[in-house]
Write a protein that binds this ligand. Structure first.
Ligand code: SF4
Length: 509
């Protein structure tokens, strides 16, 4: 913990990490450091444990072993890793949609709506990728290894998966909008219930009913809490944890125990009303005894069903037409322990704002919007205030949170609706830090729709240089989507320059 500046660039987060460390809490950085050094084969996607003859590994330097026991070589194994990661991410979206809205996925063809622009639709149809069926999730050709001559075709399967993913996100988003959870603030004089994962709708409804009494209760969605990048850091301010079946962060329950925060599971054998009543009862008991930092925010109002930016189509049109902004950067992801929290995100935000592009933050990075905005103000207050003053004419803000990945289909529909392909603002999707396969699946969705996608994490797919070449070149040929990623990860400053270049190139089209 002595190299705290390596863990995060936000001063507030450093203080929290040090405080948690002094209190004896085990945080993700400790667990990461115990894993080091990481396996070089795995980091490059050069191992395989797909069948029970393995696990196999490929020598990264060209020596033997150059093939797995079944005969798969480096390119095939790496492409399989990429494919499996994408499929895992899409299945995660499918699970979330099924949990939130069981039995509502009746349609066979993904409903892509406004997210699919006419130009993207024409491109994908020409490439034979439309229509795509949801059943393609189980029928893609790469159900085992791609034979060598089919490696490039796997990108077609990935594109189909990206389109199906969009539909699943939209479906989950519609269902989640019915659940009245807050994002922030955490009320220091209210009762805070932190919900990890997505509980069934009946349970969310029952919690909302319990909440409607006299008690001031915040229902906080885990992925939407301002947790400085780790839900573990938010535990000091919550009264009960509700852990749903799809909750991430497997270490959070023992940590909650250490803090004395009750953790309950969404037990399917009990009725939703029983579980909700116990959640609220335990939260109230905890709140009576918990020592809280000074502060006086109260129970937050339920978050609106749609983030404000998603309702501002006319303002966006007017602002762009008047030249008050030049483009938009959609920044999506979550802090990753392998890099200093928020360093790359802030570098890209500063570059985008300097180029007078709107910053649209989403996913778990979106829930840190107030923290990140404060940090940008601290570093670049003149830049931010000037841009903010210009945008105020249209009721826009330089930095906005567009919500979770569930809102990506709506956001893309909104951006598509700002004009014909060559007349609307250039948009770049950037994932400066992330670790979830579902976030990677969102990147694939952006690529499927033809957006440039900048990746700021070293992905475990680059053990095959020829495959990288295939992926970047062929994907652009197929969908017009440009994947800006590679084995030698550029510095945050270099990626910031690249981002500005992409925005300028988009404006010049
Ligand atoms: S490389 Fe082939 S034999 Fe080895 S684990 Fe993978 S599938 Fe099995």
């Amino acid at each position: 913990m002595d190299r705290i500046h390596k863990k995060t660039v936000l001063p507030e987060t450093s203080t929290l990490i040090l405080g948690a460390h002094d209190a004896g809490a085990e945080l993700l950085w400790d667990r990461y450091e115990q894993q080091l050094p990481l396996c070089g084969f795995t980091s490059n996607g050069l191992n395989c444990r797909k069948c029970f003859q393995g696990p196999c590994r490929i020598n990264p330097f060209g020596d033997e072993p150059s093939r797995g026991i079944c005969g798969a070589d480096r390119d095939q194994i790496v492409m399989e890793s990429l494919f499996q990661a994408t499929l895992d991410g899409v299945l995660e979206s499918a699970r979330m949609a099924a949990l939130l809205a069981p039995g509502e996925a009746g349609h066979e063809l993904p409903e892509l709506g406004a997210a699919l622009s006419p130009a993207a639709s024409a491109r994908l149809s020409q490439a034979g990728l439309l229509p795509v069926k949801k059943a393609d999730l189980f029928a893609v050709q790469n159900s085992y290894f791609s034979h060598k001559s089919y490696l490039a075709s796997t990108l077609g399967d990935l594109t189909r998966l990206g389109l199906i993913n969009l539909d699943l996100l939209a479906q989950a988003g519609t269902a989640a909008a019915r659940q009245q959870t807050n994002s922030f603030p955490l009320g220091t004089d209210a009762i805070n219930v932190l919900i990890l994962g997505h509980p069934p709708f009946a349970l969310s409804h029952a919690l909302e009913a319990e909440r409607s009494g006299e008690k001031r209760i915040n229902l906080i969605a885990g992925g939407a809490a301002p947790d400085h990048g780790s839900p573990e850091l938010v535990l000091g301010a919550v009264d009960v944890l509700l852990v749903a079946a799809d909750a991430a962060w497997p270490a959070v329950e023992p940590l909650a125990k250490r803090y004395g925060v009750p953790a309950l599971i969404a037990d399917p054998k009990r009725t939703a009303r029983e579980v909700a009543a116990e959640v609220i009862d335990q939260a109230c008991r905890h709140a009576q005894t918990a020592a809280r930092p000074a502060g006086s925010s109260s129970a937050a109002a339920p978050a609106s069903a749609r983030p404000a930016i998603l309702e501002q189509k006319e303002a966006l049109r007017a602002g762009f037409a008047a030249g008050r902004f030049t483009g938009a950067v959609v920044i999506l992801g979550e802090a990753n322990v392998k890099q200093s929290f928020f360093e790359r995100t802030l570098a890209l935000m500063e570059a985008a704002l300097g180029a007078r592009a709107l910053v649209l933050l989403g996913g778990e990075l979106g829930s840190q919007t107030p923290l990140l905005t404060t940090e940008i103000e601290r570093r670049k207050s003149g830049l931010l205030s000037t841009f903010a003053a210009e945008l105020r004419t249209d009721g826009l803000a330089p930095i906005s949170c567009f919500g979770s990945a569930f809102e990506i289909p709506q956001l893309v529909g909104l951006l598509n609706g700002l004009g014909e392909e060559r007349q609307r603002p250039p948009v770049v999707a950037a994932l400066p830090e992330f670790f979830r396969s579902s976030t990677w699946a969102s990147a694939v969705s952006f690529l499927a729709l033809g957006y440039p996608v900048q990746i700021g994490v070293r992905l475990p797919f680059w053990g095959s240089p020829p495959l990288l070449e295939t992926i970047t070149r062929e994907w652009q040929r197929l969908t017009d989507g440009r994947l800006l990623a590679g084995p030698s990860l550029p510095s945050p400053a270099a990626q910031a320059d690249e981002l500005v270049g992409l925005l300028k190139a988009g404006s010049a089209d």
